[in-house]
Ligand binder design. Structure first.
Ligand SMILES: [Zn+2]
Length: 630
């Protein structure tokens, strides 16, 4: 039996939408269907097209139950219906990433001047299939694709996602899955945040202590950490390149480097000793900008990084650098005198300029967070604007390229209560303050997934999706073609695809029951309560209550959660959990009885603020979720 979702719904074929995300430039359905099955040959008219075809048939292999054959050349009359990938016959005006996809009963053709465009045509074709094309179970006979024509190209060239592996380590398998997910959304940059105060995650052969010492910290009395060998890094970069994703490494300097200083304390101003950080925040110990050996060290580290990552853009951080140590350091002060620098901001600029020149001498381009604007911007630098869009405007007006990822719309580690799906979708990367000429400096956008509050992969998924889908469309689709209600309609179809990709989704049905604030908590344990609308209870179903820390210095300790209906306790979960910068067991499962008594519903919990009361957070009711998949 063939998958014919629209027939099953009783819809006439021509009325069925394709639900392509991100929305293409144009998509015109036509009459008829094409059948894709495991015998369907794929033709490719160039070496580049063959490369795309071989990735495409591997992507579809689990759902097809076999690998479709890839042949060189062009289908001839009399051949069975086929998929044809062509770079040679494409319209050059489609550019680096554009494509034209035509589906007819006798065959599919995807034409693009460049292989990235062919690859995106394949991603669109995959979304035209029933959602099971994203699954790992074979479909009986094949899929039907509705005929039509799509012409498409992206609005921005930089459609990125930052994965922070410094705070919590992520496996190579998870990084590869992330790349698959980005590729299926036509995103093309994985910004891999590899070094942090809490861990150095990339093997550097010249400095083995970076990973022998710097990759490990003590967390709750246990040794926690991990790193990628150079062989693993090469494997990730190769895997990403096949999927037209550029991996941009971030090696943080001159701040966020306590893990490196724990390994090589002589690179600091004070000489240490240091321990790999086991709490979150901004640390005063940074690389000494007055010590020539520090610069030498960073250049040798970058030499190895450049050998592993072909990306033109290399991210060097540059954010959140306290100047305390530099002010008190004789070497740093001497550097300032010698170089005629007026203050420590200029010293930071001087430092970034050295690295900018070094990268430029190797044919690469430096990217840094918007703090690199303070004290004067290095000539070749690209600015990633995160503290709002002010840095983006300033840099673009000064003729520098910009990546937009303001905390207001693009920080995926922020809770849904702070950045809703609709808010993410409303993001406009080009500020109104820029002229058309200046706006060309906005290369694109990034969704940033910082890892402090997401110890598990599933947590990262739930923060990332579906908001990253919204940002993918912001990065790809023309501004005037974006439409929130149309996006929601397509997203509801896309959810099934994401589930089949194994993505744990944030629940849109999650409800914020209430909050805690410095005014409502104390350091001694007490009971707190939040009213629960009765409509949220489903008899016989579990409720999941989650305490989500949002800001402040301290966290919330919870010793038990119970649900009262009409004054009677109907469900409880007593365990010690903690919601803070680092969460521990902060979810509570409440099993509701088959029949609920009458009366008002109240959620109660025994809570205590730990170490002080300066924190805020929210109590969320999540629908019960399926058991964790491993
Ligand atoms: Zn110093």
């Amino acid at each position: 039996m063939l998958w014919t979702a629209w027939i099953a719904c009783g819809l006439p074929l021509a009325a069925a939408p394709w639900n392509i995300i991100p929305k293409p430039e144009s998509a015109e359905p036509a009459a008829g269907t094409f059948e894709l099955n495991r015998q369907t040959p794929w033709f490719a008219d160039s070496r580049e097209a063959s490369g795309v075809a071989s990735v495409a048939v591997r992507m579809l292999e689990p759902a097809m139950g076999g690998r479709m054959p890839v042949l060189r050349g062009k289908p001839r009359a009399g051949d069975p219906p086929s998929v044809w990938l062509s770079t040679k016959t494409a319209d050059p005006s489609l550019g680096e990433e554009g494509y034209e996809l035509v589906v007819e009963p006798r065959g599919v053709s995807i034409r693009a001047p460049r292989p990235a465009g062919l690859f995106y045509g394949v991603q669109t074709l995959r979304q035209m299939l029933p959602p099971e094309a994203f699954g790992d179970r074979p479909v009986a006979d094949g899929f039907l694709v509705r005929c039509g024509r799509v012409v498409d190209r992206p609005r921005f060239r930089w459609r990125g996602y930052l994965l922070d592996v410094g705070r919590h380590f992520r496996t190579v398998e998870y990084v590869k899955r992330t790349i698959d997910r980005l590729a299926s959304l036509k995103m093309n940059v994985l910004h891999w945040h590899l070094t942090e105060d809490q861990g150095w995650r990339i093997e550097i052969k010249k400095y083995p202590k970076l990973t022998a010492i710097g990759a490990w910290r003590t967390d709750g009395g246990l040794r926690y950490g991990g790193f990628y060998t150079q062989r693993e890094v090469r494997e990730v970069v190769r895997y990403a390149a096949e999927r037209h994703v550029t991996v941009v490494p971030e090696i943080e300097m001159p701040g966020h480097c306590v893990a490196a200083l724990a390994a090589y304390p002589e690179l600091s101003c004070t000489g240490g000793p240091f321990q790999v950080a086991n709490r979150w925040g901004v640390f005063e110990d940074v690389y000494c900008a007055g010590n020539d050996e520090t610069l030498e060290f960073l250049k040798r580290v970058l030499d190895e990084v450049l050998g592993l990552f072909p990306s033109t853009f290399i991210h060097i951080g540059g954010d959140e650098v306290p100047k305390t140590r530099w002010r008190a350091c004789a070497k740093c002060q001497e550097r300032m005198r010698r170089e005629g620098l007026r203050d420590e901001h200029e010293l930071q600029s001087w430092f970034i300029r050295q690295i900018d020149r070094y990268l430029a001498s190797k044919g690469r381009r430096l990217v840094g967070w918007d703090e690199i604007l303070e004290g004067g911007l290095a000539e070749g630098a690209t600015v990633q604007s995160w503290r709002g869009m002010g840095g983006a405007i300033q840099a673009a007006k000064a003729g520098h390229d910009v990546i937009a990822s303001p905390t207001s719309h693009c920080y995926l580690d922020y809770p849904l209560s702070a950045i809703s799906l609709e808010k993410a979708y409303s993001f406009e990367p080009v500020p109104a303050e820029l002229t058309a000429e200046e706006a060309r400096h906005i290369l694109g956008l990034e969704g940033n997934m910082w890892g402090e509050r997401t110890p598990e992969e599933e947590d990262v998924d739930r923060q990332t999706f579906p908001r990253l889908v919204a940002l993918a469309e912001v990065g790809w689709t023309k501004k005037e073609a974006r439409d929130w209600s149309d996006f929601q309609r397509r997203l509801s179809a896309h959810r099934r695809r994401m589930e089949l990709q194994g993505i744990a989704l944030a629940s849109a049905a999650g409800v914020r029951l209430g909050d805690w604030t410095p005014e409502t908590v104390s350091e001694t344990a007490r009971d707190a309560s939040w009213p629960v609308p009765r409509r949220l209870l489903q008899e016989g179903r579990d409720l999941v209550v989650e305490f989500q820390y949002e800001s402040g210095l301290h966290g919330l300790e919870v010793t038990g959660v119970w649900l009262e209906v009409g004054g009677r306790t109907v469900a409880e979960d007593r365990h010690v959990g903690f919601a803070g910068a680092s969460n521990r067991a902060n979810r509570y499962a409440l099993r509701l009885p088959r029949e609920l008594p009458q009366g008002t519903v109240v959620l109660r919990a025994t809570i205590r603020s730990d170490g002080g009361t300066d924190s805020r957070g929210a109590v969320w009711l999540l629908p019960s979720r399926p058991a964790k998949q491993r």
